[in-house]
Design a binder for this molecule. Structure first.
Ligand code: SAH
Length: 198
């Protein structure tokens, strides 16, 4: 059954998209850490415009070609570096300050369910992106945790983000609280701007 459409409280993915749209301006640099079918990569590429750039990572050839095709169909492929490598290698590929990044955890829908994101590489990627992130930069994770291995990744990720210093980062969860069967939810991290004491 489709959930009723709400006016004020968006579904999980539209909520994640709204955060990214607000965090990005034309000319910005953004990262899609899990390109998958390229939906988020396209959103980022459209938002950063001609003067911006997107780096999109995936470990599966199927995802890389689906993402390239989607970008080409929308005429924005030139704004994106589609990188066939794990997001944990982000610092080898990106050397610019980044305004926003997105992760969709789990497996690629309609493909090999054995290939999923993993706690260690997800956290390594978060740390790498954190080094590149501008003050007020945003990292949005859509946490799919219903599959085998999903609980373990979620639990390691929650331990990690909950250990971060609240003076340097704000961590927020947006989740449907009254829905069964492990619905996905959003974890969002904003890098706080340090104000120097005078
Ligand atoms: N569960 C989401 C989609 C997740 S797609 C949904 O249902 O919409 C997750 C993508 O992450 C997959 O395409 C997978 O190939 C990719 N992936 C897995 N490990 C990765 C890694 N280390 N670096 C980059 N991408 C990775």
């Amino acid at each position: 059954m489709r959930p009723a459409l709400t006016r004020h409280l968006p579904e999980i993915v539209p909520f994640a998209h709204g955060l990214l749209q607000r965090a990005l301006q034309p000319g910005d640099i953004a990262i899609d850490a899990t390109a998958g079918n390229g939906h988020d990569t396209l959103l980022l590429a459209q938002r950063v415009g001609d003067g911006g750039h997107v780096y999109a990572f995936d470990v599966q050839e199927q995802a890389i070609s689906a993402t390239r095709e989607r970008l080409e169909a929308h005429g924005v492929a030139y704004r994106v570096s589609v990188i066939h490598a794990g997001h944990e290698t982000v610092q080898q590929h990106v050397q610019q300050p980044v305004q926003a990044a997105v992760f969709n955890l789990g497996y690629l829908p309609r493909s090999d369910k054995q290939v999923t994101t993993q706690a260690d590489s997800t956290i390594a990627a978060l740390e790498g992106i954190w080094q590149l992130l501008q003050p007020h930069g945003l990292i949005v994770l859509v946490v799919y945790h219903g599959h085998a291995g999903g609980k373990q990744e979620r639990s390691a990720l929650e331990d990690y983000v909950c250990s971060l210093d609240p003076a340097t980062v704000r961590v927020v969860r947006y989740a449907l609280a009254n829905v069964p069967n492990d619905p996905p939810y959003v974890l969002a991290l904003e890098k706080l701007k340090q104000v120097s004491a005078c």
